[in-house]
Each structure stands twice: as C-alpha cells, then as structure tokens.
Design a protein around this ligand. Structure first.
Ligand code: HEM
Length: 822
C-alpha cells in the first residue's frame, strides 16, 4: 500500500524584498518563472497561488507508487494512488477569479470533490407552469403563431431567428434508433436485497438485507423497428440498470435464458438474417421469412433458442408476466477475491403468462402498443410489477463436471442441477416523465459491471462488452452520453476524460492527466477499493475455434421440448409450421425439418404434416458421441411452472353493454373488479351514455370497434332482452365473443345473453362432455355467485381445457390432409 504524502509544509519565505517583488511579478505570468515561488502568506493572490502550487508539486517529489505497479501482487491487490492535500482550495483552481459570484456562475465557491452533474434527476426536471414561452436562448417569444414576413402577404424573412431556431430544432428531433431492441418501454423502480450474500459477492446491491438500489428497467422486442408492434413473435429484452453506490451495473438480459449463437463473430450475421430483407425491406418485426430460416437452419447451435422463440415465451401477455435472464454465465467475486460462477434469473410475481398466436396477431392491429400501454397503465394504477431475483451459483469445479459448457450461451443450467436461490426483489413503481429523455436515451451496456460482478470467458459476452458503448457513440451523438441524466450514476464520477461532443461537466483546475502533482495526485486510482478483475489464469494457444462441448446442439432443445405441456408442445409445432410456411424456398423448410428431427420425432412429424412434407433424414450432427445429459426433463421450463400469486390484479374485463341492459349485476362485477385490483370497462356499440333497463346510468367508455376482446382477459355478457337484441344485431358481437372463446378466456353470461353465446357458436360444454370451467351462465340476481366465480375463473388466466379438447383458433392440421411431398 502506498503512503499518501502528508499535507505539504509551508514554503520557505523569500529572503529579500527585491526577490519577493520578483516572485510576485512572476506569479502573474502564464509562462516561465524564477527558481522559487513566493510564500503562501504573500499579500496577493497570484503569489499565494504560485506558492501553493509549488508546495503541492514539491510534496510529491517522485512517483512513490511506481514500483507498486509491477508484479502479480499488484495485479491482485492494486494500491490506491498517492495523493497530497493542497494548502487551500485556491491552489487547484483553474482561475484566481473563480470566486466571482453571479446568477450564472452561482456562489462562485468551488464544489470540492463533487460532481453535481450526477445528482438526482430532480435537478433537470423542468415544468413550464405559469411561464412564458421562450427561445432556447431564454428570449421570450412574442408571437408563436406567425413567421416574420415583409408585409402581411409578403415573403418570409431570413432574419426570423425564432422560426429558424424552432424549425432547425424540429429537423433534428430524431436520433438513430437502436440497431436491435429498437422498440421498448421502461420504468423506474428499485431493487431490494432480501438476502444479503457478502460471502458470494462484494457487489453493493447485495450487502445488506433491506437495502434498496434505484433501477431503471427497459423491456423491448429485438427485431422490429422503433415503430413496430409490441406483440410480434420475438425475444424480449429485459435490461436493468442498477444505480448502485459503487457505480452503474447493467444486467442486460432477455426473457429467454439462452441465445441463438455462441460467438460474437456471428451476431451481425444473425441480425442481418432476421431483420427485414434488404432488397424490399420486408417483413417488419418478424422472423417468418427466408433469410432468417436460411441462416438458423445452417446454424444447428441455434436450435435450442428456436424452441424457446417458437414457444409462447415469445408472445408474452405482458412485460410484467415474463421471466428475465442474464443469459451468460457471470462471476460473483467476494471481498476476499474468491469467485464463483452465477446465472441471474428474474421471476415475475404475477407469474409467467402468454398470448395465443391468433390473439397476438389481432392485438397487433387493435393496439400495437399493447405491452407499452399495459406497463404504463399498471404503474399509474399503483399495480407495481415485481420480480424476484434468483441466483444459480456454482463453482469452476462444478462447471467442469457438467455435460455442457457454461461458456456456451446456447445452454442453460437446469434448475435441477443448480437451484435458483432468491436474493432480492425488483419493483417498478414510477413511469418516466419523458419517453425520449429517459427511455430512448438510456444506454445499457453489458460492460457496465461493478466491483463484485465480473465476466466469464463466454465468447458471446466478450463481443457485447465491446458493442454497446460503440453503438451508443453514434446513436447518442458522441462520447459523453454517460452525462445524459438518465445514464449518469448516483456514484460520483471523476476522471481525466475530457471534451467531446455535448460535454456537460465544467471541470475545475488544469489537471487532466495522471500522475500529477498539480492536482495533489487527484483523482487517484482507488486500488483494491476499485474494480479489480478476477485474475483467472489463462494458459492456452491463441486460436480461433470452439471447445468440443460447444458441438452438442440438440440435447437441451429436446430437454426444453420434453419439459413442455401437451398444449405448449402443440403451440411450438404451430409456430414452426406458421413460420416455415412463410418461407418461399422449399429447401430451407427441408433443412429445418432435418434439424428438428434431431430434437424430437414427434415435433418434426407435426411440423412436416403442417407443411405437407415428409420428415427428411435427420441432419448429421457435429458430434459423434453425444454425452449423457444430467437432466432430461425440467418442469421449471414450462410456463405453467410459474402461475404466480394467483390473483387477478391488473387484469381487464370487458362488460358488453347496449341500451336496455340490466345494470344491477354489472355494477357488482365492476365493483368486484375494483376491489380485486382488476379493471373493467363498459364496452358498447358506441362510446357514450347507455340507457339501462333500471334507469341507472352507465357510460360506455369503449366500443367493440375500438376495443375488441383480444384486449381483455375476460368478457361479461349482460342481461336484458333489448340489450341482447341490440348486441345481436351488431356485426362486431359475434367475433368479439367467439375470439374470447377461441383464445381460452373466461366468459360470464348473464340472463338473456345466452342467446349471444349460441350465435357465436360458443358451447358451455367441452367436446369431452365435461363442463367448460371458463364459461358460466347466471341469472340476473345471482351477483354473489357470479362475482366469485368470475374472480376464480379469471385467475386461471386461460382455460387450456378448451384447447386440449380441440377448441382453439389455430388447431393442429387435420391428419388426413397430408399428401406427402417427399
Ligand atoms: C455479440 C452479441 C451481441 C451484440 C453485439 C449485441 C449488440 C447490441 C446492440 C448494438 C444493442 C443496441 C444498444 C443501444 O443502441 O443502446 C443491443 C441492445 C440490446 N441487447 Fe444486445 N447484443 C448481443 C447479444 C445480446 C444478448 C445475448 C442479449 C441478452 C442476453 C442481448 C440483450 C440486449 C438488450 C436487452 C438490448 C436492449 C437494451 C435496451 O433496452 O436499451 N444482446 N445489443
């Protein structure tokens, strides 16, 4: 450990008046000077400053820490930088005139050791209430309606700086969108440590139970452009920025625990393949096209990820109802420098729930902002989404024993092998003030780690460590985007980086290098208090290649498929069928089927049947000897393994209404929903007041035209003959009810509305003869029963019994339809 030089001794006073006059004169020069400076009790500021600078520099006569920079010991335990304290604040000032105060300069007092640019967001929130409109220069604008013209009908004048500033700013309002994950939504919140794990990591958020770390979380789709739809079949980004006391830590993950590729070298290829095809720019936000399937069918390592992306995981009901994963193996490092591997898991308290494909497609048209709206509305309503953070922790020795490589991002670590241990919870409790300033300008980066968190050698992660800051330099217009308020840490920022586009901080003093003596050695290196990379030994040939275990491509794809319920497996087959049916080149379909034959004969046959093809011979594997997997079925991989807390909070019910409706029971339903934290909306033939049979006014705040049933979790059909007749006559009613039925939703029918069920072809009994648990028909006076039934039925999320019995918007292809294309 280096000793920090102590406070400098006072400089020796000058010996004669002539010499003092000389040094005082020299202190006024900005170049050159005598062999000694004046004393720090000299009568003028220049001389005192020069003396102080001399004393400070003299107190660091040589680089005391230089020899500590060498050797392994330093690598493991770096020492803090040497520092010296200046005799007064004035010694390190940029200018002797810094004490001038004004309404622009402020008090003029230096803010020693402090960077206000990283203060809380409050400092930059602005509000214009009761304020006049101004230009960006603060000049009040007299007229915001007309440009300056030579005469009322004359030409506009170039001199109109107000118009030109306004239009010029407008012209530059857009910035490049993210190259991937362009469409997303975000919220503020906190991470609370529920189990301190200092024995595993020194990372600040995990040190004390109950400790809260502010976070900003952005969810996204990957392939679509910024204006694309929310419910596309796609991976969802799940990026969490922890504003920790030790700096920002970004856990930039996805809602799927594995990835398509193993090496960063292939990321541009993957993204080029899935993005709209370059010749015609189609399709938007969809993987169902030639180039994607051409690429992945030639990349068998993507098969495991394909199983997840073709499952219902890729069409979540809500951002609030999906898991999140760090994907890569990371390291935890404790204060003693001991390290273990870790996988991060976010588990939603509301459970994991998804849409069905037909519903997702219809929502894309009805409300392209479905997920964005859902997140926003839930937070505004006080229904704060929550996740539990779990860690899978294992040692290097454990990892060596696994049949797969933990550096391979196409593999997960089954929970049966390494359990997930909960350590904290994430709560999102505040929407952003401004979408652009926060959600659009936030810059997550896989390289942002803090002491206690470190990387593994995953070669995909290595590329990410480079990629994010690199892309953000162009997306956010230069190297200073860390100063944009949403990106600034709450931890102090002090370094010698300077200048660049849009620099916000005004650095005091003239020192922008290290080592220095003119700034007393500051900012100094933090030594072991700072980030110290885990010293993993590396003794290998420098090569381009992959470890042997990376060559096993199918075991975990099979594990995933075998761990799904029958309905989930059917959806996976349906998604492959749909996507491959959009491919125009039969050879690509053929190749993909050959790959699927290595996953599951059942799956390959089901998909082939849907494409009118035979299953080809299985694709040759890259590995001759397939290892024995430790786990062949993992129930945790099914969405049904995480039903959540079972309530109906934040779910949505559509109550159909029309003139003549019997409102009594409807009011009870609406009240019950409110009590349960759910929302109900009166959906009419049009919006506006409805004349009810009992004279009680109802105001329809939605219509079947603007809010089809795909936007709701349940439907209530009202009693009242006249209302039922009016609904029966409207062309929206049948698809409204039928879709809800085919999508497995809860339907409560009151009194005369059973006619509407019949019109929509909805059967209260399943083809098996069992009653449908998601359909109830009640009398108009049966409020208590109706409401409790509705709550329980909605808590099931979806009634899969219907689909198991063959009632679904996208049933499997009929067996007899297969001709066999050979
Ligand atoms: C070598 C592989 C990868 C590269 C080169 C890469 C690169 C990028 C780039 C350039 C962005 C846009 C960043 C921005 O403009 O702010 C991005 C966003 C993102 N990436 Fe990756 N990525 C890779 C793999 C992954 C993986 C494996 C995951 C999941 C674990 C992932 C998750 C995300 C997320 C969640 C975002 C959106 C962040 C946000 O909400 O702003 N990426 N990625």
């Amino acid at each position: 450990m280096a000793k920090s030089p102590s406070r400098p001794d006072k400089a020796t006073p000058p010996k004669s008046a002539a010499k003092e006059a000389g040094t005082r004169a020299a202190a006024r020069q900005s170049a050159g000077g005598p062999s000694s400076s004046g004393s720090d009790d000299a009568p003028d500021a220049s001389a005192r400053h020069a003396a102080g600078v001399q004393a400070l520099a003299a107190s660091m006569p040589y680089p005391v820490n230089k020899r500590l920079e060498h050797g392994l010991e330093h690598g493991h335990h770096p020492s803090p930088g040497a520092t010296a304290e200046p005799a007064s604040a004035e010694v390190t000032a940029s200018t002797l005139s810094e004490g001038r105060a004004s309404r622009k300069l402020g008090e003029g007092l230096p803010s020693i050791g402090h960077n206000p640019a990283v203060g809380p967001l409050d400092r930059v929130r602005t509000d214009a209430s009761a304020q006049a409109l101004t230009t960006n220069q603060g000049v009040r604008v007299g007229d915001n309606q007309n440009s300056l013209k030579a005469g009322l009908r004359g030409p506009a004048l170039l001199e109109d700086f107000i118009l030109r500033e306004k239009i010029t700013h407008f012209d530059h309002e857009r910035i490049p969108e993210r190259i991937v994950h362009a469409r997303g939504s975000a919220a503020h919140g906190y991470f609370e440590c529920t189990r301190a794990v200092p024995e595993l990591t020194r990372a600040a958020p995990f040190q004390t139970e109950g400790q809260r770390t502010p976070v900003f979380v952005r969810f996204s789709t990957v392939a679509g452009e910024r204006g694309s739809v929310d419910t596309a079949r796609d991976v969802r980004g799940f990026a969490v920025k922890f504003y920790s006391d030790d700096g920002n830590w970004d856990l930039v993950g996805n809602n799927i625990p594995v990835f398509f590729i193993q090496d960063a070298m292939k990321f541009p290829d993957l993204v080029h393949a899935v993005k709209p095809e370059p010749h015609h720019g189609m399709p938007q936000a969809a993987s169902a096209h030639d180039t994607f399937w051409d690429f992945v069918s030639l990349m068998p390592e993507s098969t495991h990820m394909l199983m997840w992306v073709m499952s219902d995981r890729a069409i979540p009901r809500s951002y609030r109802m999906m898991q999140g994963f760090g994907v890569h193996t990371f390291r935890l490092v404790n204060a003693e420098g001991e390290s273990r591997f870790v996988k991060f898991h976010w588990r939603p308290l509301l459970g994991t729930h998804s849409l069905v494909w037909d519903e997702a497609v219809k929502i894309s048209g009805a409300d392209p902002d479905f997920h964005r709206r859902d997140l926003w509305e839930a937070i505004e309503a006080g229904e704060y989404p929550q996740w539990e953070l779990g860690l899978q922790v294992f040692t290097e020795e454990d990892a060596d024993g696994f049949s797969f490589d933990i550096l391979d991002a196409t593999k997960l670590v089954p929970e049966e092998l390494v359990p997930v241990v909960p350590v904290g919870r994430l709560v999102l409790n505040r929407n952003p003030d401004n979408f652009f300033a926060e959600t659009e300008q936030v810059a997550f980066c896989a390289a942002h780690v803090i002491p206690g968190i470190d990387f593994s050698n995953d070669p995909l992660l290595a590329g990410r460590i480079h990629s994010y800051v690199d892309t953000q330099i162009s997306r956010l217009g230069g190297p200073n985007f860390h100063e944009i308020p949403i990106n600034a840490p709450i931890a102090q920022v002090h370094n010698n980086q300077r200048d660049g586009m849009h620099r916000q901080a005004i650095h005091r003093g003239r020192v922008a290098y290290e080592p220095n003596s003119l700034g007393g050695g500051c900012p100094f290196q933090a030594g072991a208090q700072g980030f110290v990379s885990f010293p993993q030994p590396v003794y290998e040939d420098k090569v381009r290649g992959k470890p042997q275990k990376f060559a096993e491509h199918y075991l975990q794809a099979t594990l995933f498929y075998n761990s799904q319920t029958e309905v989930e497996r059917r959806h996976i087959a349906g998604a492959f069928r749909f996507e491959l049916s959009k491919v125009t080149v039969p050879a690509i379909r053929q190749r993909m089927l050959a790959s699927l034959a290595n996953v599951s004969a059942e799956l390959a046959e089901e998909v082939a049947r849907g494409l009118g093809m035979d299953v080809p011979a299985a694709m040759p594997r890259a590995l001759d000897e397939v290892p024995d997997p430790e786990v062949t079925e993992s129930p945790a991989l099914s969405l049904t393994a995480h039903p959540g807390e079972g309530g109906i909070r934040s779910r949505k019910v559509a109550i159909l209404v029309a003139n003549g409706v019997e409102s009594g029971l409807l009011g009870s339903v609406a009240q019950t929903m409110l009590d349960q934290g759910a929302t109900s909306r009166y959906v009419g033939l049009r919006v506006g007041p409805i004349a009810t049979a009992n004279g009680e006014p109802i105001d329809a705040d939605a219509s079947m035209e603007n809010s089809p049933s795909v936007l709701f979790d349940a439907v209530v059909l009202p009693g009242g003959e006249a209302a039922v007749q009016a609904l029966a006559a409207d062309p929206h009613t049948v698809p409204f009810i039928r879709d809800a039925w085919l999508h497995g939703k809860t339907i409560l029918s009151i009194g005369a509305s059973s006619t509407l069920l019949g019109m929509a072809g909805v059967m209260a009994t399943l083809p098996t003869g069992e009653p449908d648990p998601g359909i109830a028909q009640v009398g108009p006076d049966d409020a208590a029963h109706a409401c409790s039934w509705l709550v329980n039925a909605m808590a099931q999320h979806r009634h899969v019994e219907r689909e198991r019995a063959g009632i679904s918007a996208s049933p499997p292809p009929p067996r007899e339809a297969t001709v066999g294309a050979g």
